[in-house]
Design a protein around this ligand. Sequence first.
Ligand code: SF4
Length: 187
Amino acid sequence: MSQATPRKPRLATVWLAGCSGCHMSFLDLDEWLLELADRAEIVYSPVGSDIKTYPKDVDIALVEGGVANTDNLELLHQVRANTRTLVSFGDCAITANIPGMRNLLRGSDPVLRRAYLELADGSGQLPHAPGIVPELLERVLPVHELVPVEVYLPGCPPPADRIRAALEPLLRGELPHLSGADQIRFG
Ligand code: SF4
């Protein structure tokens, strides 16, 4: 009797409120991306797939960015509901980092007023496009404040070798154990 081929891990990468630098570092995996494409099925990714709807039954998701608006929040809940191992990918996902700097203004309304009225050239107006432009949340939040996270992968961005060090065990169905300044440093 022939044995069924084991299914490849289903991998997603997700872009919330981040600068995309973490995804650029993912692309810096260079030729190892070919091996990754062989060992995993890329089922959702802004840099690796054209699928717009987050799929079901995802094994591993790298989530870049903080949670800054209603679209981010909705996508994050879809990711959590359909993913076994969620990786908080980069400092913005782990601490809110750069997008979280707007939290100093204490609320979405002061942020919008600062950007569109106080710093405008005199003809500024507050944006208003319900249903088209997602509403800002009052604060930018790190991923783990909203949903459980299995793995933290720090760095701004995490260097490619650190991403690989996390993905290698994940592809084998194991949790990574990153240690030492080379692997767990912020910034
Ligand atoms: S952690 Fe750094 S590189 Fe990654 S999205 Fe945030 S600012 Fe960009």
